[in-house]
Every structure is written in structure tokens, then in C-alpha cells.
Design a protein around this ligand. Structure first.
Ligand code: IMP
Ligand code: MG
Length: 173
């Protein structure tokens, strides 16, 4: 896969700190739980959590939604559910990237049904061209129109998650 850099590590760090400051202000004195969507959000969540100056809890869930690397199958199920009790908690879902929006729309419904006090969404990347479901992304790091992105948690066939920057695939392979 040929790729070119889209967001450098310092650009990402700067934006994540801004998001952390915003979340710190919005959630002061509220029982915040960050729930990372595995696997793509693991790196973003680690940095975001360190940018939020509040007591908080961290958990993860895992969604199976993609049949292969670049197309959506349309079916969503949780292959790992959060383990901490969410009753009365303010849930902030942390996602790597929102594409069609089906995952976030499904997850928002799931948390409403699981007694969370509130559910908000934080996504590092809002990739909007292929959006099919109207979703509100309460905290979005970067907006991009389209493209297949890798790095900083994002994968292509499980590769590239460890890259510290975000790259866009270019099709002259
Ligand atoms: P959605 O349900 O179509 O919004 O899909 C969101 C999920 O698809 C993300 O959490 C990613 O796991 C995956 N995905 C969508 N676009 C990309 C991309 O450009 N690179 C890597 N994964 C992606
Ligand atoms: Mg994902």
C-alpha cells in the first residue's frame, strides 16, 4: 500500500490536547467513563485520557462490523462488551474514525438501552463523504472528505496501527 502523510504526530498531539481541554471543561464534576472502540481507538484513547484533567474510568468494547478491510457489511455486533457498570455514568465513546456512521448510530442506541446517564461521541476523524446515518459527533479531531487512512491505531488488514502519524492510501500500487 502506497501512502502519503495526512496528519503528522505533532499535529495529532496538538489536536488531541485541544479535545482533552474541551472535555475537561464540559465534564467537570460528572462521573465520566471513556469507552474506547477496539482496536482502532486504542492509541487515540491513550493520548486523549492523558489530556483530560478529571477523575475518570476507562473501558473498551469491540465491534465486529467490517467483512473485509475497506467495505462495510452492514451487520454490527459487539464481540466484547464494557465490563464496568454504566448505570448513572456519563459515557464518552472514543472512536478512531466515523465513515458511514452505522457503527456510531448503533452504539448510541446500545448505550441508551444500557442505562447510561448520557452518551456522547468523540472521534479522531470524521470522514464524511460516505455518511449514510445522521450521527452527531460531539468531539471530532479532524474532518476529511474521503480516502482510506492508516496509522495512529488505524489499520489496513491489521497493518500500520503502530505508525505515529496518519497516512492516506494512494492508488498507484
Ligand atoms: P462506519 O460504521 O462506516 O462509520 O465505520 C467505522 C469503522 O470502519 C471505523 O471504526 C474503522 O474501524 C473502519 N474504517 C472506516 N474508514 C476507515 C479508514 O479509512 N481506515 C481504517 N479503518 C476505517
Ligand atoms: Mg473502528
Amino acid at each position: 500500500m502506497n501512502k502519503e502523510i495526512l496528519f503528522s504526530a505533532p499535529e495529532i498531539a496538538h489536536r488531541v490536547r485541544e479535545l482533552g481541554r474541551e472535555i475537561t471543561v464540559d465534564y467537570s464534576n460528572r462521573p465520566l467513563v471513556l469507552i474506547g472502540v477496539l482496536k482502532g481507538a486504542f492509541m487515540f484513547l491513550a493520548d486523549l485520557a492523558r489530556s483530560i484533567d478529571l477523575p475518570l474510568e476507562i473501558d473498551f468494547l469491540r465491534v465486529a462490523s467490517y467483512g473485509d478491510a475497506t467495505t462495510t457489511s452492514g451487520t454490527i455486533r459487539l464481540t466484547k462488551t464494557p465490563e464496568i457498570d454504566l448505570t448513572g455514568k456519563e459515557v464518552l465513546l472514543v472512536e478512531d474514525i466515523v465513515d458511514t456512521g452505522s457503527t456510531l448510530a448503533w452504539l448510541r442506541q446500545y448505550f441508551k438501552e444500557h442505562q447510561a446517564e448520557s452518551v456522547k461521541m468523540c472521534a479522531l476523524i470524521d470522514k464524511y463523504e460516505r455518511r449514510e446515518q445522521e450521527v452527531v459527533i460531539d468531539y471530532a479531531g479532524f474532518r476529511v472528505e474521503k480516502g482510506f487512512l492508516v496509522g495512529y491505531g488505524l489499520d489496513h488488514a491489521e497493518q500500520f496501527r503502530n505508525l505515529p502519524a496518519i497516512y492516506q492510501g494512494v492508488s498507484n500500487e
